[in-house]
Design a protein. Structure first.
Length: 74
């Protein structure tokens, strides 16, 4: 049995999906706290981009969800 991994899901239309990736695979985190820290960093980077004029609008925390990662089966 493998340890539970966590992912940050982004609201896309009416659904949440993992659009974050690392080395071509969905980015996952060892703990909820690690996923939350990555999300906080992402939101901070978005704020910096808005402040610099590189991004028109900033996502809100409500646009994201941290959830257990479930491997997709094909």
């Amino acid at each position: 049995m493998t340890a539970q991994r966590w992912e940050v899901l982004t609201l896309c239309g009416n659904y949440y999906e993992n659009v974050w990736e690392c080395d071509g695979k969905p980015e996952t985190f060892a703990t909820v706290d690690d996923a939350d820290a990555a999300l906080v960093e992402h939101l901070r980077d978005c704020q910096w981009a808005v402040d610099a004029g590189d991004l028109d609008d900033m996502p809100t925390r409500d646009d994201f969800l941290i959830a257990p990662f479930v491997e997709a089966t094909r």
